[in-house]
Design a protein around this ligand. Structure first.
Ligand SMILES: *[C@@H]1O[C@H](CO)[C@@H](O)[C@H](O)[C@H]1NC(C)=O
Ligand SMILES: *[C@@H]1O[C@H](CO)[C@@H](O)[C@H](O)[C@H]1NC(C)=O
Ligand SMILES: *[C@@H]1O[C@H](CO)[C@@H](O)[C@H](O)[C@H]1NC(C)=O
Ligand SMILES: [Zn+2]
Length: 448
């Protein structure tokens, strides 16, 4: 008994080697902390998804029962902080969240269930250069932008904006590449300067999505539910704090476009091209509050951050299997009444994830050489069981040659973006652009 107690005590001493105070940590300190976590807990995995303009790594910590790689049926979730370098509360909260998750795994029941059922990716700072150049000031600071003076939340390809996108910043390119390596299902992007949960779309070109001043996405019902999950689990947000002079936010949520049109934003990019539902969380009126406010901010947000993660288990998930029973990559999995700008597709494991509220839904699955499959499914519950309803679609071969996907997919090739290619980027003229576009369309067609 005594030995057992001694072991527990020693174990505590060892694990307390990784500790986190309530203060602002600079880039070097954050990296040291993340490396400590990675070395201490075998349910974490640390990697860099790219570098900032000034060469700082964009570290992502993954937490989960099998952190190093995707497992069948385990949805991928992410939080991204500090995209605007001077909006620092999200950065602090994500570090505290890592601390909470690592302490709680296998002791706290909620944390344990979350990490056993979900792979959680945390990018503490998307804009470390901006953070390092910020001053501790509530309102405006140049640290919002990256080293090139670019607002990263205006630099993504935009489905609604026809204008040729300019140079894609390194931090944005890193996120776009990251979205190709993992099939993220749900995400949130943490900001400051208001207190509200803002959901897609952020932009519109005046088409049918524009309704009463809002830009309404096909999954509007789910997006509102996601935003409300955060605002009502948060201690204050649902009360609608209007901070200085921003709008009154009923229930602490808003459609992004209704608040203000925003071209080139990250959440629309995630939703349209990453088939990942993302919302934007504005977490404090003051963008860079005094350190003494940080414990209170963590208390106000802790339960909301956890409840939001659990929403990744809404709806239906499973595989699409071809006539031979093999997983089908790039099959279209569409839900009637939800015309996504780019139809959702199965990933390289033939898997799909579809966040839906409880109810009945008609699915339509399309894959070349096979009959179009239509099935109605009942989603019986929300995220309470830490697993979406599991349903595999079994396809039958078609006698006649079936056309490919039900709709042309060219529109789902993100607008051409120029990679910085040393000094050559500006020499890519219109003809180079045309070739690139043709190649992109070709590649998209071949992926069927
Ligand atoms: C994370 O920890 C593992 C195991 O200790 C180690 O092999 C790996 O190099 C670490 N990763 C980083 C980025 O430090
Ligand atoms: C979580 O997974 C661990 C490791 O496999 C297991 O020991 C534990 O019982 C699981 N707990 C829950 C609540 O699922
Ligand atoms: C869903 O379908 C089931 C079975 O057909 C039916 O009993 C139920 O009322 C439907 N639910 C809704 C919300 O339409
Ligand atoms: Zn911001």
């Amino acid at each position: 008994m005594f030995l057992f107690a001694l072991c527990l005590y020693l174990g505590k001493l060892v694990s307390s080697g990784v500790s986190l105070e309530f203060r602002y940590h600079n880039t070097v300190e954050v990296e040291r902390y993340l490396r400590d976590v990675n070395n201490t807990f075998d349910f974490t995995h640390l990697h860099s998804i790219g570098k900032s303009v000034e060469g700082r790594d964009l570290w992502v910590l993954i937490l989960g029962k099998n952190p190093a790689e995707h497992r069948m049926g385990i949805p991928e979730f992410k939080y991204v902080g500090n995209m605007h370098g001077n909006e620092v509360v999200g950065r602090v909260l994500l570090l505290q969240l890592i601390d909470h998750l690592t302490r709680g795994y296998l002791s706290d029941p909620l944390v344990t269930r979350l990490l056993n059922s979900t792979r959680v990716h945390i990018l503490v700072s998307m804009n470390p250069d901006g953070f390092e150049s910020s001053s501790r000031d509530c309102m405006y600071s140049q640290g919002r932008f990256n080293k090139n003076g670019i607002d990263l939340n205006r630099n993504f390809p935009d489905a609604f904006s026809k204008k040729e996108s300019g140079m894609t910043e390194m931090e944005v390119r890193a996120i776009m590449d990251w979205l190709k390596t993992e099939s993220f299902v749900l995400s949130a992007n943490l900001h400051g300067g208001a207190v509200v949960a803002s959901y897609p779309y952020d932009n519109s070109n005046g088409g049918s999505e524009l309704q009463s001043g809002s830009s309404v996405a096909p999954d509007n019902d789910v997006l509102i539910q996601l935003a409300k999950t955060y605002s009502y689990t948060h201690s204050q947000m649902h009360k609608g704090d209007h901070c200085y002079d921003s709008k009154d936010f009923m229930e602490g949520i808003t459609n992004g476009y209704y608040w203000y049109p925003l071209p080139g934003g990250m959440q629309d990019y995630n939703y349209v091209w990453g088939q990942c539902l993302e919302i934007t969380l504005e977490l404090s009126c003051c963008k860079y509050p005094p350190e003494s406010d940080l414990p209170g901010l963590w208390d106000a947000n802790r339960a909301a951050l956890l409840a939001y993660m659990q929403q990744v288990h809404l709806g239906v998930k499973g595989q699409v299997l071809d006539a031979e029973g093999n997983p089908s990559q790039n099959a279209l999995v569409e839900v009637e009444g939800r015309q996504n700008l780019c139809p959702f597709r199965t990933d390289r494991h033939g898997e799909y994830y579809r966040l839906l509220l409880p109810g009945n839904y008609t699915f339509r699955v399309t894959f070349p050489g096979h009959q179009v499959l239509t099935e109605t499914l009942t989603v019986p519950y929300g995220p309470d069981s830490f697993s979406a309803l599991v349903h595999n679609f079994q396809l039958q071969r078609s006698a006649a040659a079936t056309p490919g996907p039900s709709r042309p997919t060219q529109s789902c090739t993100p607008p051409q973006v120029w990679r910085p290619l040393g000094g050559h980027s500006s020499s890519l003229g219109p003809s180079g652009g045309t070739i690139l576009l043709v190649l992109l369309v070709l590649r998209d067609t071949m992926l069927l």
